[in-house]
Design a protein around this ligand. Structure first.
Ligand code: G1P
Length: 274
């Protein structure tokens, strides 16, 4: 069983400035919950118990969110308003939260490597909180965790995107070995228009085996001068096995204004108060 879930959450969220000037982008609310809470909820529903969060400067609000607020609790104790804290109390009681700070922004690969002391020598999930995923009873991480139990190797979540969008993502190619499961033979971080190996884009859900840490350490800066997890995963695919899984469910790119608004509308209709 995968028990650890890593949340790289040190990035600046520049696309949402000025909102993210002093507030972490992971704390942007989708209706009444911050983005990262949706990710934690998904991980807990997948049976994970250790939330390992890679933070950075100005991210205290994330730690405070998953902690007690005694003043507030006392103020609303015994009133109707207390119910509004039910969900977050449930999450806090279901998992351990540990934090480590990433001092420099050197890319997603570097952020994941920063989380190594929290994850240890265990397979682990990775959630990029600005990709909000929703799927009824079985969330995307639960689907991937079940697949991991079967295949015991690294898995990336993928989604078909129009060719005009491939330059925004890591893109894979591979042979389909089962319905919705591909064995990855190539992956490219944000390919230039017209050069993507397919239209299967990686979205922010991964399960990784811990040998990925050594591979990240050997990875040179790639696209944008950053240490890309996609490049380390390609090495793993060449020397071992990486699967890509076309998941069931809706995904919203809350790193973009349009995706964020779509997520709010969808969650208001389908998730809020359900
Ligand atoms: C990151 C990854 C990319 C992936 C994307 C999913 O990019 O580098 O491979 O497709 O997340 O959201 P970012 O969106 O952080 O630039």
């Amino acid at each position: 069983m995968i028990k650890k879930c890593l949340f790289p959450a040190a990035g600046y969220g520049t696309r949402f400035l000025p909102a993210t000037k002093s507030m972490p982008k992971e704390m942007m609310p989708v209706v009444n919950k911050p983005l990262i809470e949706y990710g934690v909820d998904e991980a807990i529903h997948a049976g994970m118990t250790d939330m390992c969060i890679v933070t950075g400067r100005g991210k205290h609000a994330i730690m405070d969110h998953f902690d007690m607020n005694f003043e507030l609790e006392q103020q609303i104790a015994g009133t109707k308003k207390e119910e509004l804290l039910g969900d977050i109390r449930g999450l806090m009681n279901s998992a351990n939260f540990t934090y480590i700070r990433q001092r420099e922004m050197k890319g997603l690969g570097h952020a994941i490597l920063t989380g190594k002391p929290l994850v240890g020598d265990n397979p682990f999930a990775v959630v990029l909180a600005d990709d909000l995923c929703v799927n009824g009873d079985q969330g995307v991480l639960a689907q991937m965790s079940a697949l991991y139990n079967q295949f015991r190797c690294t898995i990336v979540a993928v989604q078909e995107v129009p060719e005009s969008e491939t330059h925004k993502y890591g893109v894979i190619s591979g042979e389909m070995i089962k319905d919705n499961i591909y064995r990855v033979d190539d992956m490219v971080e944000k390919p230039d228009p017209g050069s993507a190996p397919s239209n299967l884009a990686i979205i922010g859900r991964y399960i990784m085996t811990p040998d990925i840490f050594d591979l990240i350490e050997e990875t040179e800066p790639g696209k944008g001068g950053e240490i890309q997890i996609t490049d380390a995963l390609l090495k793993q695919a060449k020397t071992g096995c990486v699967l890509a899984y076309k998941f069931k469910g809706e995904r919203f790119d809350c790193g973009s204004v349009e995706g964020y608004i779509d997520a709010i509308n969808y969650c208001y209709e389908n998730v809020y108060n359900k």
